[in-house]
Design a protein around this ligand. Sequence first.
Ligand code: GTP
Ligand code: MG
Length: 262
Amino acid sequence: MPRATLAVAMSSTADIHSRDDWPSGRVLVVSATYNEHENVAALIDSVLAVSPELQLLIVDDDSPDGTGRLALNLAEEQPRLHVLVRRGRRGLGTAILEGFELGRQHGFEVAVNMDADFSHDPDDIPRLLAALEPVGGRAADVVVGSRRVPGGQTVGWPLSRHVASRLVGWFTRWVLWVPIRDASSGFRAVRLAIFDRVSGPFAQGYAFQEDLLWRVHRAGGRLAEVPITFTDRQRGSSKADFAESRRSIGELLRLARQTWLG
Ligand SMILES: Nc1nc2c(ncn2[C@@H]2O[C@H](COP(=O)(O)OP(=O)(O)OP(=O)(O)O)[C@@H](O)[C@H]2O)c(=O)[nH]1
Ligand SMILES: [Mg+2]
């Protein structure tokens, strides 16, 4: 299966970028979208209302429901909003990675990655950022918004989702040796300088989340978790289908082979 590197196909000429004149900033929130028309405008408002210091990048894969077009229109009026519409569905992992890479190119120090469906509460962003700061002398490189540390929880999931998520969590912790309880959480704060030490090829789909933690940990980076409440999406539909699950399992097994056999 083809995999992405950090220098992921940056500007295939068909991709659309909103304005190139980004204000300077330290923290860029990156949210990947695919058919999130019902959520994206509210997400943009909520994230940008958290702090005037935050900027937001939407990375859309040319959603058939017009999410990207809507975000591009909103970006015309909002200098803290940036939009990349990629031509064709290229996967969640490559979308996040391309968002991080754009953040680096524009001089941001930290990226916050979150889903666009309000499962992640924008009001938790300041707590994630605070946890990047040094504790006992050493700063964290990645802070994971975690459902599996005291105070964290998941609201609204059926039993099947709990079981699947716990299995992946267990596998990442005890087979891949990543010391994190909620490795599949897509709500994180990431110090972008970590990519000076960590490179791909990264998993292209949902397994990017576990893959990034695995690489950061192996490179000696510091991981931390803070509790969050994850709420099942209220609007729009899931993109985590059977094909994506199968692809993720393949990617995780590849990481297991590398962990144990080198
Ligand atoms: N750009 C891009 N974004 C994607 C892709 N697949 C999923 N996303 C986005 O990634 C985020 C996570 O996807 P979800 O469908 O919410 O996955 P999930 O949280 O496991 O499933 P739900 O239970 O439905 O919320 C959402 O913001 C999606 O719109 C993709 O191929 N490309
Ligand atoms: Mg979701």
